[in-house]
Design a protein around this ligand. Structure first.
Ligand SMILES: Nc1ncnc2c1ncn2[C@@H]1O[C@H](COP(=O)(O)OP(=O)(O)OP(=O)(O)O)[C@@H](O)[C@H]1O
Ligand SMILES: [Mg+2]
Length: 412
């Protein structure tokens, strides 16, 4: 790249110089001393015949001996055949001719005035071309170095301060680079954290299973008693793997592939019926209020998982005797579902964090979960082009609001 820019800039400079040189030759702008040098023989050719006429050949030679040092470019040839035009001394035995010593070649003569500026121009333009090509390609070299650094795994690489330019487009390119690098770094950090959390979550039930196997090997009679606990751990592992696979699905493709038209209320009513049954032991009521039809297009299974987790969370975090209210409404543009409970909610600073995988704010109180539910809900709603948000209710309690865009034309 730098070589091509250099060649281009230098070629442009050279072309300009050549044009200037040709112009100089064309209009015959000769430097003063060169003009004098070229005029010297003519002057001598006019002067010497006069001396010859006055003082003869001896006079010419004496005169030439005196002035020769002042005319290094001219030579007086004393033995030329007389009678030729320009020859001094005819008629007579000793004829002289004024001969220009150097620059006899007409082409060299013609080019000589332009040689020095041309040579200097070539040198200066080469220097300028090197500097210009380095300056022009510096941002590109910096970005390509940065990309190589990112590719080598150094995700902390940033362009800030490395692009020595005031050009707005290149500065924008640097900002875009930094943004992309920061996003890659966040994704990579998130992935490592996810791997760490997954292995941590898998390790606990595995350790319990190993301990149970050890116990059974020592005292086989306890096998029946431990089987129930082992089954619980196996079910937990199964559930965990299932949730991790669901999360991985969202990473692979961000949009839902198979859309169906269905009424979300059918799904919600089933979930509410189960939650009501579960909540009865603690005196918790789960109710639906809102539109009679919540028809939309999407993946029913994914939306079932998303809504079930949110309603179950509300049930788990409700105080005994509390009420969970599920509200649904449907406009021509979107379907909105709100799930409100009367629990303590979450600190304002954690309202976004609870949608990240493996985030559990009160893990002791709610030790059954692994912290993947809301991450799956988030991924499922996002895959439908919707949004999910958490908020604390001013009068007390907590609410999750889900919004999914609907296209009425495609539903008909
Ligand atoms: N209704 C709620 N009230 C208070 N805190 C909540 C509520 N819903 C979620 N949270 C907080 O958000 C955390 C994450 O919820 P999430 O559903 O992802 O995980 P979980 O319910 O703990 O486990 P899982 O859903 O994987 O079984 C919960 O552990 C809890 O701290
Ligand atoms: Mg949950």
């Amino acid at each position: 790249m730098i070589l091509r820019v250099f060649a281009f800039v230098w070629a442009a400079n050279l072309l300009t110089l050549l044009l200037v040189s040709v112009l100089i030759l064309f209009v015959d702008v000769t430097p003063p001393q060169e003009a004098r040098r070229m005029a010297e023989p003519e002057l001598l050719r006019e002067e010497l015949p006069l001396i010859h006429a006055a003082s003869g050949a001896a006079g010419v030679l004496t005169f030439w001996q005196q002035v020769a040092p002042a005319h290094p470019n001219v030579h007086l040839d004393p033995q030329v055949p007389c009678g030729r035009p320009g020859v001094i001394g005819a008629p007579g035995p000793d004829c002289f001719e004024v001969v220009q010593i150097s620059s006899t070649d007409a082409v060299v003569m013609a080019l000589r005035p332009a040689t020095l500026p041309l040579f200097l121009g070539i040198c200066v333009s080469a220097f300028m071309a090197i500097w210009l090509s380095r300056w022009l390609t510096q941002p590109i070299r910096a970005v390509s170095q940065g990309l190589r650094s990112l590719a080598a795994g150094r995700l902390e690489t940033r362009m800030q301060g490395r692009l020595r330019t005031t050009n707005q487009e290149i500065q924008d390119l640097g900002r875009d680079f930094d943004h992309a690098a920061a996003r890659l770094q966040a994704l990579s950090d998130g992935r490592s954290r996810l791997f760490h959390d997954i292995s941590h979550e898998i390790r606990s039930p595995l350790a319990r299973l190993r301990a149970a196997v050890g116990l059974i090997e020592k005292t086989p009679a306890r096998g029946v008693a431990l089987a129930g606990r082992m089954e619980g751990d196996i079910a937990r592992l199964d559930h965990l793997v299932d949730e991790i696979l669901t999360l991985a699905r969202f990473e692979k493709s961000e949009r839902v592939n198979s859309f169906q038209t269905f009424d979300l209320l059918d799904i919600i009513e089933n979930i509410i019926a189960d939650a009501k049954f579960e909540g009865r032991a603690r005196g918790i009521d789960v109710r639906y209020a809102g539109a009679d039809v919540l028809d939309l297009q999407g993946d029913p299974e994914l939306l079932h998982r998303a809504c079930e987790n949110v309603i179950r969370n509300a049930l788990n975090h409700s105080p005994p005797g509390g009420t969970v209210i599920v509200t649904g409404c449907r406009s021509t543009e979107a379907m909105t579902l709100a799930v409100a409970d009367e629990g303590a909610g979450v600190p304002e600073t954690d309202l976004d964090a609870i949608f990240s995988p493996f985030v559990r704010l009160n893990a002791q109180a709610d030790s059954v979960g692994v912290g993947l539910g809301l991450a799956i809900s988030y991924g499922a709603i996002k895959a439908h082009g919707g949004a999910i948000a958490a908020s604390n209710i001013d009068s007390g309690g907590f609410q999750i609001t889900i919004t999914i865009p609907v296209d009425d034309r495609s539903l008909k």
